[in-house]
Design a binder for this molecule. Sequence first.
Ligand code: GLP
Length: 244
Amino acid sequence: AIYGSADAASRAVAEEMARIIRQKQSEGRPAVLGLATGSSPKKVYAELIRMHRQEGLSFRNVITFNLDEYHSLGPDALQSYHRFMREQLFDHIDIDPAKCHIPDGTLPFQEVHHFCQQYEQHINDLGGLDFQLLGIGRNGHIGFNEPGSHVNSRTRLITLDQTTRNDAATEFGGLANVPRKAITLGVRVIMQAKRVVLLAWGEHKAAIVKQAVEGPVTETLPASYLQGHPNVQFVLDESCAASL
Ligand code: GLP
């Protein structure tokens, strides 16, 4: 779907998420949402907060799983995704903090594998993700599934790509401060989500989005795996969709 602006697109995506939440509420069930960080989803979260305040949208039945976290950033570190989610969404809505899951970036290496298995198991025990929100990295990563990630990859510790680390350098005050590793939800879990919505705004994402949508399905561009998902939508603004 192509929208005139990221604002209009973000409103539509937030409305879809709200519909799922309300539908599950009416069935007396939890809504299991996969959430993303980065600049792309910020307006979606702002819109959800507005709907909470002005339209009484409640998140009491919502359970969330974030895609990824830097290793080894603590939850209060300025660039941590724990902090991002609190500031951009969780602190402003009526969600139960115990139902908000984000990979733990502080675990010692020997505990990461077990943690990742449990993280996935938890999602599966809930019947999988009802909805997965995604951004896309300039190298085509989804979550932190960097080029080379297998379509069946599991939730795991991954070494970040040079492109990814360069793109994060400003935020971290220099490349040297950017973590080298991160924990990411695997491609497999993302592909099993009942619905996937990928957001991309702006000219700088146009080339990679074109390759992901129109190019071959390849592990060198993990977002291209989504071509095989039965219920996926790329939500773009006009400048990002310009060359499609
Ligand atoms: C990070 C995140 C990804 C995100 C990507 C794009 O690498 N781990 O999940 O999609 O950045 O970020 P942005 O939305 O800021 O362009």
